[in-house]
Design a protein around this ligand. Structure first.
Ligand SMILES: CCCCCCCC(=O)SCCNC(=O)CCNC(=O)[C@H](O)C(C)(C)COP(=O)(O)OP(=O)(O)OC[C@H]1O[C@@H](n2cnc3c(N)ncnc32)[C@H](O)[C@@H]1OP(=O)(O)O
Length: 218
């Protein structure tokens, strides 16, 4: 029995050696984890997060929702698995690789000029007065910057620092153009830049350092 708040005791570890450092698992990339409806499932969770951000449930509705959510959490708790085999983060066919903790993005191109993506901040990502929260903007940059760094240096990187210049309001529920690229590589260091635009308008810029992990490095 679980209260649904946290339940690591039920997380199933799969017996193999899935880890060689960083984010890299030995497990195969597959778009089949979670089944054919995992994308719909993720979208329902995102819709829940959006609705909760704006919801003001009257007490009787809250009573009902608490029961329903507790039942859902109990059901989900029973399906927990280790991070390497979880579909979230590995479903490369879905927005943000199926990771609902990231603002949903779709990578449109990866080439010598870097990574190009469309990112949409949703109601859940509200900072205030219809604008995206700056932290969520940084999350998008971290992931897409990490991607550009990994491509540039052909290895897994971790963020050493990441700064964001917020140039103008980043709107919600608007497909925005994101671009991240390796500006300079020096040994294991990838100096990476990024920008998010709403059409011609610059919303934010990133200046970051990603470090290529050594073999086995966490
Ligand atoms: C596709 C999916 C993409 C997903 C991307 C998501 C990325 C993330 O969010 S990672 C999570 C956030 N980051 C972290 O938790 C990292 C925590 N920090 C660390 O683990 C370590 O400090 C780490 C790995 C960054 C560097 O440590 P280590 O490998 O020992 O390197 P270290 O020898 O200290 O430094 C290497 C070089 O970088 C430089 N350096 C390291 N950190 C910094 C820094 N913050 N500022 C400036 N320079 C730095 C060092 O001076 C050194 O330079 P040089 O080679 O010229 O002497």
């Amino acid at each position: 029995m679980s209260d649904g708040a946290s339940s690591p005791e039920t997380t199933t570890e799969i017996e193999e050696d899935p880890h060689e450092g960083g984010f890299r698992a030995h497990t195969a990339i597959t778009t089949e984890r979670g089944g054919p409806r995992y994308g719909e499932f993720s979208e329902q969770v995102r819709a829940l997060m959006d609705n909760v951000r704006y919801a003001c449930p009257p007490p009787e509705v809250a009573d009902e929702l608490i029961e329903q959510l507790a039942a859902i959490n109990e059901k989900l708790d029973a399906t927990r698995i280790d991070e390497w085999h979880s579909p979230s983060g590995t479903r490369i066919d879905l927005p943000a690789r199926g990771n609902i903790t990231l603002p949903p993005f779709e990578v449109t191109d990866v080439n010598d000029d870097g990574v190009f993506a469309t990112v949409t901040f949703r109601d859940f990502h509200l900072g205030g007065n219809k604008a995206a929260h700056g932290g969520h903007v940084a999350v998008a940059f971290d992931d897409l910057g990490g991607y550009a760094s990994a491509v540039a240096i052909q290895g897994v990187c971790r963020t050493a620092y990441l700064t964001v210049q917020y140039r103008s309001i980043t709107p919600l529920n608007t497909p925005l153009q994101a671009h991240t690229w390796a500006d300079r590589v020096d040994g294991r260091k990838v100096f990476t830049k990024g920008a998010i635009y709403d059409g011609d308008r610059l919303c934010a810029e990133m200046d970051a350092l990603f470090i290529k992990l050594n073999p086995g490095q966490q």
